[in-house]
Design a protein around this ligand. Structure first.
Ligand code: MEV
Length: 327
């Protein structure tokens, strides 16, 4: 019986949140903190999970009943992924799944996407199935839609491809932009964003006020295109300024929050090139573009403003095989 471990990185949205859901482009970078998923074949027909960071000691379900009844939140992406996987590749058997995370699921780094991708990668390695990045994406994207019914899949693409990518859903365009790490300071508000609520809110607003929201999305898209050019040129001063412009549009969209604004202002007054919320809004993290000189002052100001600084590397590698044990 073989045992395989794969990993996938978390992410930070740099430009284009919300509009990306409607087919407009976005830019996302993978972070250095990863989620690891180990999978071992078993001689039974059971799907079992140990996920210590999620408080799951030993969750077991028969493979024939995957997705049935109410599935606990902590294992829902894993369970639906395995259901999809064995529909597509019917040679699967019982598995023991163990997860380990280098970041809290509270930060908005995309822990659900990273765990889904790392599990899919581990399964393809365990069962020696040749699978392209695009096929991996499609499998994971179906799972995310099964579970939450919405999402652009940008976080899955980031977990799969890594780096800093220009993304149009559903992985219609994935383009690497730079080999350099975007120089970011990340401030966590301490508040968990409710992504589904915010996406639904924007959806409702788009129904009520289509002209206004479409205009905001088109403006965001103009910024995404400019940011793409500036990231390729590694012109971080301009990238920062464009983040500030993107933030103003997100405020107009109604997805910012007082806590995010406070940390953004704290960064800008400490000399950041620019700053914005990252992700759905309403909480989670903000990002600021810094120079080597301003970085520590920005970090200190974020902490003085009651934010938590999360030290991350950006432009991290995408999902990869970590270990194979021939038992
Ligand atoms: C959430 O991190 C980003 C959104 O654009 C939703 C999505 O792209 O799925 C708000």
């Amino acid at each position: 019986m073989n045992k395989v471990e794969a990993s996938a990185p978390g992410k930070l949205m740099l430009f284009g949140e919300h509009s990306v859901v409607y087919g407009y482009p976005s830019i996302v970078t993978a972070v250095g903190q990863r989620i690891f998923v180990e999978v071992q074949e078993k001689n039974d027909d059971k799907f079992s999970v140990i996920a210590p960071e999620q408080g799951v000691d030993d969750y077991t379900k028969s493979i024939a009943h995957l997705g049935d009844d109410s599935v606990p939140r902590a294992v829902v992406f894993l369970e639906f992924l395995y259901k999809r996987f064995i529909e597509q590749y019917p040679k699967a058997c019982g598995v023991q799944v163990t997860t380990r995370s280098e970041f809290s699921s509270q930060f908005g780094f995309g822990s659900s996407s990273a765990v889904t991708v790392a599990f899919a990668k581990a399964l393809s390695e365990l069962f020696e199935i040749k699978i392209t990045k695009n096929e991996l994406f499609q499998l994971c994207y179906k799972t995310v839609i099964d579970v939450q019914n919405i999402g652009s899949g940008f976080d899955l693409a980031s977990a799969i491809w890594g780096g800093t990518i220009y993304y149009v859903k559903p992985a219609k365009i994935v383009q690497y932009l730079t080999s350099e790490e975007p120089p970011l300071v990340v401030g966590y508000t301490g508040i968990k964003a409710d992504t589904t609520r915010l996406v639904r809110m924007v959806e409702q607003e788009k129904k009520n006020n289509p002209m206004k929201i479409t205009k905001i999305f088109e403006e965001i898209t103009r910024i995404v295109e400019l940011a793409k050019t500036e990231i390729i040129a590694q012109n971080w001063l301009q990238v920062g300024r464009l983040m500030t412009e993107n933030q103003l549009l997100l405020e107009e969209l109604g997805v910012s929050s007082p806590e995010l604004q406070t940390l953004i202002q704290a960064s800008n007054s400490a000399g950041a090139f620019g700053a914005k919320l990252s992700g759905a809004g309403g909480g989670d993290c903000m990002i600021a573009v810094s120079s080597a000189i301003t970085k520590s002052t920005i970090e200190r100001n974020i902490e003085k403003a009651n934010g938590q600084v999360l030290r991350v590397h950006t432009n991290a590698v995408g999902t990869k095989l970590e270990r194979v044990h021939d038992l």
